[in-house]
Each structure stands twice: as C-alpha cells, then as structure tokens.
Ligand binder design. Structure first.
Ligand SMILES: NC(=O)C1=CN([C@@H]2O[C@H](COP(=O)(O)OP(=O)(O)OC[C@H]3O[C@@H](n4cnc5c(N)ncnc54)[C@H](O)[C@@H]3O)[C@@H](O)[C@H]2O)C=CC1
Ligand SMILES: O=C(O)C(=O)Cc1ccc(O)cc1
Length: 318
C-alpha cells in the first residue's frame, strides 16, 4: 500500500501500527524515530521496523506516509522539526486523542503539497511503551479521521484504506465534533477514574485502614483506567480543556441529581436510570465493543452515542 512508512514515537500505538503493518504487508519499509535512545533500542530489539533513528527528519525523508504517535503535547514541536524533510505528496497523520489542538499546532508547519489528515484510533489499553503493542489492537475498532475541508479526497481514501486494512472501521468527522464526543466518552471517564482511585487512596491513608484490599471488581475496573499513562492524559486535559469542562459540567449536574435521588430515597428514579444504562451496556456488547481487547470475527456496528440535548429527550432524567 505504501513504499515507506515513518512512525514518530513508538509506544503502545506506534508499535501496534508497526505490528499491523508488518502482518498485513502494508509497507515495504518501516522507519522508526523516537526521542529517547533506550526506547529506540527497545523497538529495535523487538524488530518493529527496518530503519531506526533519533532524528525524526531522517525518518520521514522519502516516506509516503508519516504517522505521529507521540503525546498530544509533543506533536507541534515534532511537526516543526520534520516539516522541511517531508516529501511532496506524502500523507502526514497522527493518532492523538485530541484533534483541534493538533490541527492548530501542526497546520503552520505542514508544507504545501503534503496531505495533512489527523487521525485517532479509538482503541487502546492502559499500557504504554514499545513492548505493549499488538497487531490486533485496531481490529473491529473505529478510527476517526478529521481532515480540514480542503484536503485531497484521494489522500483521505488512501489513509482510510490503510486503517481498514488494519481492521478498523473508518469515520471522517469534523475535529470539534470529535473533541466533544471524546470528551464525554473517553476524557471525562478517565478523569472520573483518576479521581475515584485518588479518593480511595486518600481515605485509606486518612483512616489508616485497608480499603483497596477489600475493593470489589467495580473499583478494580477503575484502577485499570487510572493506570493509564500520566503524560499522555495530562496532555489530553491540557489540550481539550473547553470540551472537557463543558461535558464535566453536564456530568456534575447529573451526578447532583443522582445525589438528590439517593438523599430523598427516590427508588423509581434510581431504577429508571440503572435500567437505561444496563440497556446501553448490552447494546455495546451486541456491537462487539465490550472490551479494549478486540473480539475477532464479530460484525462491528457503531454503539449509540447519546449526546446531551440530542435525540427525543429520553436521555433527560428529570
Ligand atoms: N494509549 C492509548 O490507549 C491511546 C493513545 N492514543 C494517542 O496515541 C499517542 C501515543 O500514545 P501511546 O502510544 O499510548 O503512548 P506511549 O507513551 O506508549 O508512547 C509514546 C511514544 O512517544 C515518544 N515520545 C514522547 N515525546 C516525544 C517527542 N517529543 N519526540 C519523539 N518521540 C516522543 C515516547 O518515547 C514513546 O515512544 C498519544 O497522542 C495518545 O493520545 C490514541 C488512542 C489510544
Ligand atoms: O484503555 C482504555 O479503556 C481506553 O479507553 C483506551 C483509549 C485511550 C485513549 C484513547 O484516545 C482511546 C482509547
């Protein structure tokens, strides 16, 4: 599909792309660049690529497809460094969890003639680093592309075909819409997980009693999410601030309503919500999206995304 692919950053996502490219024969040559020599050495020991360099500009030279797989806060500086070395006609993409910020900081450094198509695979785990990747990560998962309106249609089709060849379902979306949807479906849930695990740890320290030891699986599920990479998630909250604060506001309003239902003993309100949320979980399972580890061979249907204020009002709780 491509002669040479360059991956800048070789953690969970970069290494998963490397595995999937190899397994599906999507490129002749994979060039890998990352910031730290020890990470590059680890990638080389794992045999993830063909060319290894600490110089990102060298990695992207002659590449037909360049994918930036670094934390969102590092992307702008990387594009500034590689811009002059990008081949005319190349596709430049990324995998960052926030899209408007990426467009804002990368745009000025993308040379004319390079097709800039930001991307985000909605697939991942709480692990990081070159050894954590696996070829099946993207199978049956969405990959969202957020090109600006003037981007070449053929280039978008080529990048879509690339993600489809790795097993993803591709959707093209406007960057601001992506950031709002991900704020409520991914970013706020991570914030909630970080918060509840912190609260429990503080409680344990305050009461000097064993709390975590006796935690049930519900809390343990939160600890998995709260083990996600601190730098990556710091950058998500620094770069998608407005959408996260908007969605957090709605979340807190609804939480207050739940708090009231508990305080006044409003059983019907509690039961009605829990019945609705159980149905949502079941629809996700039916769509084959229930875990972060792909479920092979299952047809992929989009899970319904309930946006506040949209639809027929059934998602209103009062
Ligand atoms: N972890 C996840 O579940 C998902 C992450 N993403 C996005 O993918 C991107 C990468 O995340 P992961 O692979 O999970 O992170 P990771 O921490 O596993 O890997 C990041 C890589 O970037 C390198 N790096 C950091 N700063 C750099 C710089 N200035 N120049 C060159 N290399 C640099 C690191 O050395 C490492 O190789 C992030 O933008 C994240 O938002 C997208 C979907 C899922
Ligand atoms: O580990 C999990 O449950 C995730 O939610 C993974 C994830 C993290 C960040 C993304 O932008 C997309 C997916």
């Amino acid at each position: 599909m491509f002669q040479k692919i360059a991956l800048i950053g070789i953690g969970l996502i970069g290494s998963s792309i490397a595995h999937a490219v190899r397994r599906n024969g999507l490129a002749q040559t994979i060039a890998i660049s990352t910031r730290k020599p020890e990470t590059l050495a680890e990638a080389e020991a794992l045999g993830l690529g063909d060319i290894y360099t600490l110089d990102p500009a060298e990695a992207v030279r002659d590449a037909d497809l360049v994918i930036l797989c670094v934390p969102v806060g590092a992307i702008g500086a990387v594009v500034e460094a590689i811009g002059p070395a990008l081949k005319p006609g190349a596709i430049l993409s990324d995998v960052g969890s926030v899209k408007r910020h990426v467009i804002r900081v990368c745009g000025p450094h993308v040379p004319a003639g390079v097709h800039f198509i930001p991307g985000h695979p909605l697939a991942g785990t709480e692990h990081s680093g070159p050894a954590s990747g696996f070829a099946e990560l993207f199978a049956n998962r969405w990959c969202v592309l957020t090109p600006e309106p003037d981007v070449d249609r053929d280039a978008i089709a080529r990048l879509s075909a690339f993600w489809a060849a790795m097993g993803s379902n591709v959707e093209v979306m406007e960057a601001d819409h992506h950031d709002m949807v991900l704020a409520i479906t991914s970013h706020v849930p991570h914030l909630v997980a970080y918060n509840i695990v912190g609260t429990v740890a503080d409680l344990e320290a305050d009461t000097q009693s064993e709390v975590i030891k006796f935690s049930a699986s519900g809390f343990r599920d939160f600890t998995r999410i709260a083990a996600s990479d601190p730098v990556m998630w710091r950058d998500v909250f620094l770069t998608n601030r407005e959408a996260v604060l908007e969605m957090l506001g709605r979340f807190l309003e609804d939480l207050s309503r739940l708090q009231r239902a508990v305080r006044v003993g409003d059983g019907p309100a509690l039961e009605a919500l829990f019945t609705r949320t159980r149905a949502i979980r079941r629809s996700i399972i039916d769509a084959g999206q229930e875990t972060s580890v792909p479920d092979f061979g299952r047809p992929h249907e989009p899970a319904p995304i309930l946006m506040p204020g949209s639809g027929n009002g059934e998602n209103k709780r009062d």
